[in-house]
Ligand binder design. Sequence first.
Ligand code: CA
Length: 406
Amino acid sequence: MDPLDIMMNLDKVIPYYQPVVSADTRQVIGYEVKAYYKDDEGEKQRLDWFFKDDSIPQDFQLEANSKIQEKALDDFLKTDPSLSLFLNYDARLLYEDDGETLLNLLHTYQDKGLALHRIVIELKEELITEEMNSLRQLFKYMQTLGIQIALDDVGKTNGNLGRLVEFEPNIVKINVGFLKENKLPQLYQDVHYSISMLARKIGATLLFKGVSTYNQFNYAWRNGGRYYQGNYLLPSQPHFAELDACKEKMERDFQLFVNFETKKMTAQLELTNRINKQFGATLQTIKPNAPYDEIIITVGKECTPFAFRVYICNDEGIQLSSNAEKNKEGQWELYYEGRHKNWSWRPYFFENIVRMNVEKKGILSDLYTDIDRDEQIRTYSYPIANNRYIFIDIPYNYLYEQEGLL
Ligand code: CA
């Protein structure tokens, strides 16, 4: 389609509304406006390309965008006052005219009774460049008017998370649409985990969009999403969806999520208890003054069903023993080069040391990728003596065979 055709037929540009639902109320809390073009035959197509294409004059894009937003705002004025309207805006356009077009439009509707706190302005994170620093003041100003700012597609590119801190958006949007069913989302999960921690620190709400399957919904829920969008929940429509339109589905799924997590937690606790018991028995047979390498070989052999590597560290993270490792034939061997390595830089290291000291019992780590084996493992650690901690790495295939440990 020719961009000029769009400009000549702005009356055929219409808003669609994609519902945003919230975990806490299980209700629709707002709608994101999407631009569609409806031709004479009634065929509809999305107009994303029109707003993404750099070769289209910005004046055209601004005009078409305002047109669609006017139509949406006219509709929106008639809705429940608790609902929000999410308007997409190109950061470059906002930067070009310092928000004038947008603010004029919103003030016009404010005169017609629109409360500005019901408006969320969505900007794509990747389009905000270094030189747009003045946007920061504009965002702050808009936020003092009550307008909410959402950063869209956060974490999509190698974006810098510092921008979240810099711009302090009210809402952070993450796309989960690219997570395929059978791919392990562990790595994304770590990125999304950092975003979610950062969002929590700056007091922003996480919104997961592109939710088109049960698994993606589950992923979003597990990663701290409060708001969700996507066809799995509710599709974009030319009208506003009912508030309770997917309440039943959400409640049913949340129930399943909780059951599953409970099972997982139980499996982890059971494994910890099993290892504790096995390990406790092994510990009885070890002489307290035995050399470290003798201890790790003994422990490795005793724990051979679920261990592939054993070593001992002190509370500063210095490895005191070699590595005892199980070879392909199932024999345990010593690798001396592990000695004196410093593991204190590893995430959770000190937290776990302190926990072991306080709780005086073994701890099972989260799932993480072992650098040498390039597979996901867990580590069991136990305080064997004053300032001496033993670490037992559990391989993927063992975890895989037990239900609920991955
Ligand atoms: Ca958007």
